[in-house]
Write a protein of this length. Structure first.
Lengths: 119, 119
């Protein structure tokens, strides 16, 4: 059992859209990820997904609206809802979601990351 | 679907050891709570529990060691492990745990909070 310092972990990687596993509990993963630019539209058919902004800000686009998320804010995207994160500048995000969750959801492609690294 | 600003929510209550539900996903709750003083020794037989420090710091006591948690750090306490949070000064904490989790675990008593408020 060891504590996790978010800034320490976030300093260990510099690529975008590539979540790392920072913790696991009750079948859920705590992930850390950096966003910059536009991701792909996707949804998760079976998983709700939580995004918590550790540093920076980004826009979560939905088909009918956009929600800006700033440092210290979180958003839960319910299963089945199409979304696309867009970040003008680099943003550091903590995710909380079932261990089964794939980053690109139903849109498997070149942005899909499997066998995530644990940090 | 609405975003949650942690500081906004934390400004809405001032009592200690009384978690509020700030979000729900995949059968898990995201809770916000303020600690000050010493809690009761307890364990959760069926739930792992995550503590993330939003503001301040506290000590998580175990039977064989103590871990200090500072702002921006989290700790996952596995099911079955006795623990006791102790905070010299007020600390604001975000919890992730199954919706079934009782704050005092196996030590039901006057500190136990049921039917938590949603904020």
């Amino acid at each position: 059992m060891q504590k996790v310092n978010l800034n320490d972990k976030l300093s260990q990687f510099h690529d975008y859209w590539n979540p790392r596993i920072a913790g696991e509990l009750n079948g859920q993963h705590v992930k850390l990820v950096k966003f910059k630019g536009e991701f792909v539209w996707h949804k998760h058919d079976h998983e709700d997904e939580m995004f918590f902004v550790v540093k920076g800000k980004f826009q979560m686009e939905f088909r009918d609206k956009t929600i800006e998320l700033n440092e210290g804010e979180f958003l839960i995207v319910p299963k089945g809802v199409e979304h696309r994160p867009v970040a003008e500048e680099e943003v550091s995000v903590m995710l909380f979601e079932p261990a089964s969750t794939l980053n690109t959801g139903d849109q498997k492609g070149e942005l899909t990351k499997e066998n995530l690294e644990k940090i």
